[in-house]
Design a protein around this ligand. Structure first.
Ligand code: PLP
Length: 421
C-alpha cells in the first residue's frame, strides 16, 4: 500500500464539506486540528464516532483467530471504504483487500493496494480496459475476480482482447446456492464455467469462491446447516477442479463476519488434501463490529471461550424536541445512522450515565424517535446510540472522528478517518 498517499490524508483541509467537523476547525488541516487536542465535547451532533481501542482490539482478535484457524484474511474493504483502515488491516497481517465493484477498485489502486480480490464479476468494457492497463503497468499488482457463467467469461475475454490485455486476469469460479445471490447453481454448472475459463486466452483459472452470507441470516441450526451444505459443495468443486488449475497455489474463498468459523472448519482440510491451496476469508464487518446484527451472530460471540469483538462505532444525537412525555426526537436520522439491520440502541446520556428502559422505535430522514426515556433524556441531552451494521454506517460520513475510548467521560479525538464511497 502507498503509505505516503495514506499519510497525505492528514494534510486535507477541514471545512463545511465534512459534517462531523465543527466550524472552529475549518481552515486547519486534519493534522493541525488533531494537534489542538480536541475532545468529543468539541464536536456537534449528529455524529458517528469510531473507538480506537475497540478497532485495535478487533483487528488483533481477528488476526489471531485467522492465524490459529490457518486461514488468510482478505477483509472486505467495501465496509469502510477507508484506505487508512485498510492499511491497519494489512499491517495486522491481512493477505489482500476484497472489494465489490469497479469504483472501489479504483480507490484501492489510487492508494496503491497491491493485492485485490473482486468478490464479483467485472463486465464493464471500459472497466476491463482500465484493469488491463493497470495490470500491464504494474507487474506487482495482483488481481483476482469472480465469474459465474460461460457468458460472462466470453464477455470478459472479448473486452480484454479488445483492450489489448497482456497479462491474463485471474478468475475464481463463483458457486452460488439455492435462493442465494450470484454464483453458478450447482457443481455441473460451475464446472462448465471453469471449462469456459480454460478456453479463454485472457483469463486464468485461480480457484473457487462464493458467499455463504447470501444463504443465511441467523445462527439457527437450519441456517448453519445451509451454510455447511453450501461449503461442502464449494469444497467438492475445488476437488473436481484441482487437477487442472494452471497455478500451484489456487484460492478457495468464502466467509463474511457471520460464519467464518464454519468456513474454516469446512475449507481448511482442502489445504492438506491439495497442498498449495490458500483458504481465504473475507470478513469486513468484524473491524468496526456493532451493537446489533453482528453482536448477535459473530462466531466469536457464539463460541464459548472465544474473545468477543467489541463495537467500535457509536452514534451521538441530541434531544431537540420532547412533544409528548414519553417521546423524544433526536437530531440524527437515516442520513446519519444505519437502519437496515435493526434500529439504533439507546445506551447512555452524555454526562448523566446509562439510559435504561428507552427504545428507538423509528428513524426518519433527519430524526430519531426515542420512546420511554422520560425525564432521563431532557431537551438538549446528548444520547449515545449503539448501532447495527457497519456497512451502512460508514457510507453516511466522509470523515469520521476516532475517539480514544467511547466509554471515557471526555473521550479524546485521536484521528479522523476519511472514507471514499
Ligand atoms: C461477497 C461478500 N464477501 C464478503 C462479505 C463480507 O461480509 P461481512 O459484511 O459480514 O463482513 C460480503 C458482505 O456483504 C460480501 O457480499
Amino acid at each position: 500500500m502507498d503509505r505516503d498517499a495514506v499519510a497525505a490524508l492528514a494534510d486535507e483541509t477541514l471545512d463545511w464539506r465534512f459534517k462531523a467537523v465543527p466550524a472552529d476547525a475549518w481552515g486547519r488541516t486534519v493534522r493541525g486540528w488533531l494537534a489542538t487536542g480536541p475532545t468529543l465535547d468539541s464536536l456537534g451532533t449528529p455524529l458517528l464516532t469510531l473507538d480506537a481501542a475497540a478497532l485495535d482490539h478487533n483487528l488483533r482478535t481477528m488476526a489471531a483467530w485467522c492465524r490459529e484457524a490457518d486461514v488468510l484474511l482478505a477483509p472486505h474493504g467495501k465496509t469502510t471504504m477507508a484506505p487508512a483502515l485498510w492499511q491497519t488491516q494489512l499491517a495486522a497481517g491481512a493477505h489482500a483487500i476484497t472489494l465489490a465493484n469497479l469504483p472501489q477498485l479504483r480507490v484501492a489502486r489510487a492508494f496503491g493496494v497491491q493485492r485485490l480480490l473482486l468478490a464479483n464479476t467485472l463486465l464493464d468494457p471500459a472497466g476491463l480496459a482500465w484493469l488491463a492497463a493497470e495490470l500491464d503497468r504494474h507487474p506487482d499488482f495482483a488481481f483476482t475476480s469472480w465469474v459465474d457463467s460461460a457468458d460472462s467469461v466470453r464477455q470478459m475475454d472479448a473486452a480484454l482482447r479488445a483492450a489489448g490485455a497482456q497479462r491474463p486476469v485471474e478468475v475464481l469460479v463463483e458457486l452460488g446456492g439455492p435462493g442465494g445471490r450470484t454464483g453458478a447453481r450447482g457443481i455441473p454448472a460451475a464446472l462448465d464455467v471453469a471449462a469456459a475459463v480454460h478456453a479463454a486466452p485472457t483469463l486464468r483459472l485461480a480457484g473457487v469462491g462464493g458467499y455463504e452470507g447470501a444463504l443465511a441470516h441467523d445462527a439457527s441450526d437450519r441456517a448453519l446447516a445451509a451454510v455447511r451444505d453450501y461449503l461442502c459443495d464449494l469444497a467438492e468443486l475445488h476437488r473436481r477442479l484441482a487437477p487442472d488449475y494452471p497455478t500451484p497455489t489456487p484460492v478457495v474463498t468464502a466467509g463474511g463476519s457471520a460464519y467464518f468459523d464454519t468456513v474454516a472448519e469446512e475449507l481448511t482440510p482442502l489445504a492438506e488434501e491439495f497442498p498449495g491451496t490458500k483458504v481465504v476469508v473475507r470478513a469486513g464487518a468484524y473491524h468496526a463490529h456493532d451493537d446489533g446484527f453482528y453482536r448477535g451472530i459473530s462466531p466469536l460471540a457464539r463460541t464459548t471461550g472465544a474473545t468477543p469483538l467489541r463495537s467500535a462505532m457509536h452514534g451521538w444525537a441530541r434531544v431537540v424536541s420532547h412533544p409528548e412525555p414519553q417521546l423524544a426526537l433526536l437530531d440524527a436520522g437515516k442520513r446519519d445512522l444505519p437502519f437496515d439491520e435493526g434500529l439504533p440502541e439507546p445506551q447512555l446520556v452524555r454526562g448523566a450515565g446509562e439510559l435504561t428502559g428507552a427504545e428507538v422505535t423509528a428513524l426518519n430522514d433527519q430524526h430519531t424517535f426515542l420512546r420511554g426515556a422520560g425525564e432521563s433524556a431532557p431537551i438538549g441531552a446528548v444520547v449515545r446510540l449503539g448501532l447495527s451494521h457497519p456497512c451502512t454506517a460508514f457510507d453516511k460520513w466522509t470523515l469520521i472522528p476516532v475517539v480514544d475510548h467511547a466509554d471515557a467521560q471526555h473521550p479524546r479525538v485521536v484521528d479522523l478517518v476519511r472514507t471514499y464511497f
